[in-house]
Design a protein around this ligand. Structure first.
Ligand code: NAI
Ligand code: PYR
Ligand code: MG
Length: 603
């Protein structure tokens, strides 16, 4: 395994684009061409001559040694040329071309790839993550060139305990797992959903500095109910309907046991599971394994930070959160997670009961306003259903426009997966909001599934609004130098810190207290003057800094709950004695940073 010295965290490394500090050596068990074909070790033309001699590479590369800086510039020049050459072509074609050039580098040379990603995260995140990752998943079987991560299928039942040892790395810290059943707002994409764990883990490396040799994207292929995929000759997954009930759970159980047996400290992030399994697996595993569900819990924290930000943006104290009327459209894993966490926050802030705290929240799903009169009310949504007595003038199943007109909410938040449902009529109705700064959160991904665009929100509601979307939109230019700020309300601001903070704490569980600490730290991250301008979240360019703060908050919460067992050479006692500032520095210090380490061959 690679062991890097202090390079990744020294002030020197952070303040210079290319650090001159020398990293510790990295042991490699291969020689010659095998190294060139291994993206973990390959340096392309960057191998120094002495290393070429030591590793049997002489003659396998052109003679000139190219520095890392030159390789980096060469890659960025190719990327810029591609941008120029694809100008005017359809957006999908351009996005996929950009993804391909990045993916090729990922497959060839991980250090260079992650350096390019970290240095250009704002520009590259929309390619390796939402929205382009959605397009990649939709076209995965056609785009497939080489595997990445692990694939466990229903056909592997009984084999997983041994299969897990097929993974070449001895240590794994972070796993992102999906069953492909609800990929972004794109529905069931079966095995093609593997693109999501890959993209999320790239964000882990870029934002949290998790060592890429210690990550593992996993696809649990239990079939698909997507008829188009089942009929597609090139589809790479199991061509059978999804397993259900106990059969399904037994597959997930077996996988979790296998992971735990090989890497008892690995953290498993559940991602993009359809709602019923998202909730069920969270309940089933959260007290047994170190895991969380990003769509339920990560999203909830990011949304809560944004909701608290909207209160601050109105120039009001946080205690006013209890008076904010909030309409949530989408009663799935994400929407219900947000409601639960927001209601708990209202109860905490006001000291009232959670039942009383619910009065300001309205939940709408595909059948309209959710009330206790709903036939076959989903048990997961029941806790948030309105009693018809409390919603004067509104009835079961009322439409979004009816609810908005009647309630005049401070916030309209979408997690429905349905593009454009905050249409002109709905947005115009938000003009009557009782808030001085009405907030529109169009959080569904990818871009085409957003409930509205930024331009439509500012045009139809007004320039004074607060706007956030799950996938990035450009800021809106009002002319005369005035700009409507677009926030990206995406769980990418939290999950890397949740993972890293948990890892460094050595906790074997992720508790509500740790998740709450993460959300609170994000909520307080922005300065008052920015929040008053409607800027609720930091720039994606600051994602390592945000993650260090969030990670430290999670770690400290684990210490407070007496769950921290320590990590590496830093024990529980030492963690408990770290000040807040020292904890942030400690977290920062443990972020991996991509530099070429000298390779040392060992048999
Ligand atoms: N910005 C972010 O960080 C995150 C965004 N999301 C996005 O949220 C969306 C939903 O995710 P999940 O909750 O997991 O999905 P889900 O499938 O569990 O839930 C979707 C919900 O939307 C409702 N819905 C469908 N059509 C509707 C309509 N026309 N009007 C009102 N409600 C409607 C459904 O009844 C259901 O309650 C996806 O697009 C996903 O990409 C999810 C997690 C994080
Ligand atoms: C961002 C994310 O997790 C989702 O859209 O599902
Ligand atoms: Mg997700």
């Amino acid at each position: 395994m690679w062991k890097f010295g202090v390079v990744s965290v020294s002030k020197l490394a952070r303040s210079r684009r290319f650090s001159t500090a020398i990293p510790g050596p990295c042991i490699v068990h291969k020689r010659g061409a095998d190294i060139l074909h291994d993206p973990w070790f390959n340096k392309d033309t960057g191998f120094p001559l002495t290393e070429r001699d030591r590793l049997g590479l002489r003659g396998l590369l052109p003679p000139r040694v190219i520095s890392f800086e030159q390789q980096y510039d060469r890659f960025m020049n190719s990327y810029r040329s591609l941008e120029k050459n694809t100008q005017g072509q359809p957006e999908k074609v351009v996005s996929l071309a950009k993804w391909r050039i990045l993916n090729r580098l990922h497959d060839r040379n991980e250090i260079l790839y992650y350096r390019a990603l970290i240095d250009n995260i704002k520009e590259f995140a929309p390619i390796i993550y939402t929205p382009t990752v959605g397009l990649v998943c939709q076209n995965y079987s056609g785009l497939f060139r080489r595997p990445r991560g692990m694939y466990f299928s229903a056909k592997d039942k009984g084999e997983m305990m041994s299969m897990i040892y097929n993974w070449p790395a001895h240590e794994v810290d972070m796993i992102v797992l999906t069953d492909g059943s609800r990929i972004l707002g794109l529905g069931d994409l079966g095995v093609q959903g593997i693109g999501i764990p890959i993209g999320k883990l790239d964000v882990y490396v870029a934002a949290a500095g998790i060592n890429p040799q210690r990550i593992l994207p996993v696809m649990l292929d239990v079939g698909t109910n997507n008829q188009k995929l089942l009929e597609d000759r090139l589809y790479l997954g199991l061509r059978q309907p999804r397993l259900e009930g106990e059969e399904y759970l037994s597959i997930v159980d077996e996988f979790m046991e296998a992971v735990h047996a090989r890497w008892p400290k690995a953290i498993v992030q559940f991602e993009d599971f359809q709602m019923k399994w998202a909730f069920e697996t969270l309940e089933r595993y959260k007290k047994r394994f170190c895991m969380f569900n990003d769509d339920i819990q990560g999203t909830a924290g990011v949304a809560l930070a944004g909701l608290l930000g909207t209160v601050r943006s109105q120039g009001r104290p946080l205690s006013d959160f209890v008076n904010q009327k909030i309409v949530v459209v989408g009663a799935g894993s994400a929407g219900l997670g947000v409601l639960k966490m927001a209601i708990e926050a209202v109860a905490r802030i006001s000291g009232c009961s959670e039942i009383a705290a619910k009065s300001q929240f309205f939940l709408i799903d595909k059948n309209g306003l959710v009330t206790t009169e709903r036939k076959n009310l989903d048990p997961a949504a029941a806790a948030f259903a309105k009693n018809p007595r409390d919603i004067d003038g509104l009835t079961e199943g009322a439409s979004i426009i009816e609810v908005v007109k009647k309630v005049k909410p401070h916030v309209l938040l979408g997690l429905s997966g349905v593009g454009g449902i905050f249409n002109k009529e709905v947005l115009k109705a938000m003009k009557e909001s009782v808030s001085t700064k009405p907030a529109i959160f169009a959080m569904s991904n990818p871009t085409l599934n957003a409930e509205c665009t930024a331009i439509d929100a500012f045009n139809h509601v007004g320039e004074h609004i607060v706007f956030a979307s799950g996938s990035p939109f450009e800021n809106v230019d009002f002319g005369d130098g005035k700009v409507g700020h677009v926030n990206q309300a995406n769980n990418m601001y939290l999950f890397p810190g949740i993972g890293l903070g948990t890892l460094l704490s050595g906790a074997h569980l992720i508790t509500d207290g740790m998740l709450q600490a993460a959300a609170e730290r994000l909520a307080s991250y922005m300065a008052e003057e920015d929040v008053l301008k409607g800027i609720l979240y930091p720039s994606v360019n600051s994602i390592r800094d945000v993650t260090a703060e969030v990670g430290a908050a999670v770690l400290r919460a684990a210490v407070e709950e007496d769950l921290a067992e320590g990590h590496g050479e830093v024990g529980a006692r030492e963690l408990a004695h770290m000040s807040k500032e020292k904890t942030v520095e400690y977290v920062r210090h443990n972020m991996w940073y991509p530099v070429y380490a000298p390779l040392v061959h060992e048999r």
